[in-house]
Design a protein around this ligand. Structure first.
Ligand SMILES: Cc1cc2nc3c(=O)[nH]c(=O)nc-3n(C[C@H](O)[C@H](O)[C@H](O)COP(=O)(O)O)c2cc1C
Length: 175
């Protein structure tokens, strides 16, 4: 199996991160890979908000926890120190697909560098809330964006899960 296929098959979601910050060079490489995802008509509808600031990370985590309905004290980002939030421009018809591919690139690029990752949901609700809108405004982002996902990043604290077996009939061949 070549290196790319190995990464695609062996990436797994991490739910137990060390608090250590991701190395700047690795973070930049992961972000760059995200920006090279294919997008409908090449419109590059997504943007990525890269959060490494602990205070803001914790505020987003709290917002996400409340949307998810979990009890206080639960961290839906599993301790990950870096949160990459992918949003995509609402008026582009392919924006959800575009943003999802960016998410895939981010997670696979992370895997290729030995950085653990997981997609965390509820970005849509987060950026429909006053909290999310205020964050966008603070960053000077004025157009209408939809939250697609959070790519939580860090170093795994222990081994990640084995993949679930692939279901039968995943692929239908028409030869
Ligand atoms: C759209 C999407 C949303 C997800 N949201 C969450 C989430 O909010 N919390 C979580 O723990 N995992 C989340 N995951 C991770 C999945 O649970 C995980 O990808 C799945 O169990 C398969 O495991 P693997 O990534 O190790 O292959 C999400 C994955 C996707 C693709």
């Amino acid at each position: 199996m070549n290196e790319t296929l190995n990464v695609l098959e062996n990436r797994r979601s991490c739910r137990n991160f060390k608090p250590d910050m991701v190395k700047e060079e690795e973070l930049q490489e992961i972000l760059r890979a995200g920006t090279y995802a294919a997008t409908g008509m090449g419109k590059q509808s997504p943007i990525i908000i890269a959060v490494t600031d602990k205070k803001l990370r914790d505020e987003i985590m709290e917002e996400n926890r409340k949307i998810g309905g979990w009890n206080e004290g639960f961290d839906p980002f599993y301790g990950a120190p870096v949160i990459l939030i992918v949003l995509a421009k609402k008026d582009v018809v392919t924006h959800v697909y575009d943003g999802s591919l960016v998410m895939g690139n981010l997670m696979n690029a992370a895997e290729s560098l030995g950085v653990a990752s997981i997609w965390i949901h509820r970005a849509k609700e987060e950026f429909e809330s006053e909290f999310g809108k205020a964050l966008l405004k603070k960053l000077g982002i004025e157009e209408e964006y939809e939250g697609i996902g959070h790519c939580a990043l860090g170093y795994a604290d222990g081994p990640v899960n084995e993949p679930a077996p692939r279901k039968e009939n995943y692929v239908y061949f028409c030869k």
